[in-house]
Design a protein around this ligand. Sequence first.
Ligand code: GLY
Length: 366
Amino acid sequence: MFLRTLSLAGEKIRGLIQRHPDFYPMYTRQGKWKHQGEAWTHWCDGFLPGMMWILHQRTPFGSEENRWWREQAIRYSKPLEPRKLDRNVHDLGFIFISTYYRWHQLTQDPTLKAVLVEAGKTMALRFKEKGAYLRSFVSDDSLFIDIMMNVGIIFYAARETGDARLMDVAMRHTLTSRRVLVRGDGSTAHEGLFDLKTGEFLRQSTHQGYRGDSCWSRGLAWALYGFGTCYHYTRDPRFLQTAQACADFFILHTPADGVAPWDYDAPEESRKQVDTSASAIAASGLLRLARLTPDPVKGAYYEAVARHVLTSLCAKYAAFDDPEWEGILKGGVYHIHKGLGVNESVMWGEHFFVEALDTALGPVGQ
Ligand code: GLY
């Protein structure tokens, strides 16, 4: 099932490249990638080439298909390089870990590492000393849970350069996010707001969730995955504990098929709208957490849950019998309040679905 879905992904991405070459879409409208819909923020360009790198590694080494995916991956990754200096978004981890990190893993080319380090340094410039957090793209007083997926590039840059200041920024941001965005039951808030004069944390809020005190499912999935990444870089047990708390909330509150509602606290009728992208991110995060968790029983449990979630996504939401649908995974949500990408394919959902399928399948050749 996982292999069949990965080959569906390959077909859909090939179709996208042929139909709209060099286009980096964000979400579909009625299943079509190209439309005039608003973007809100410019954060997704790494996800399409990220999948190309995965597909490159999945195909037999030296085959024509293998070379073709590599050419496409390079072609779509290279134009992103100037974004290493982009100070307008908090998403440089999304953009570069999905692309240049994978590219560097394959080649060990130091010029690729230099791009990653530069992107990490740029991310660190978002740090607000008062409050101790990396500011979101919306304003200086705003911290987003999504940034937990991007602070990893600062940990990476700190490790590769030995720069203690970068390590300090990444640690303090992660601890602040843990303190103000993750609740005692493992649920998460989307946004935290601070007093800029004093650095005092004021309240939880949201943009894409139901409300400030609710648990927006994609935010929860970003936290589950992101705190796991921070544990990977630091081995700080507080980050493992937080990733596990978020994982346990996901497992306890998601319906039995493993497909999350768009927000766990939205009214019942509204909760019928799932966000498959949240479940795809959670599945990939759970597979990583399974490998990071020292307790083998707990690790096996996370692995089993992740496989169950993926099986449901493949069976119920992969666009197998819909050749007109240009995406891979149906049922994603971008921004419900703005009416953007609701019940559609979304590029991050595609990316983390493909990443999770790839991880679940294990190393090529096994
Ligand atoms: N802004 C990132 C997200 O939609 O999850």
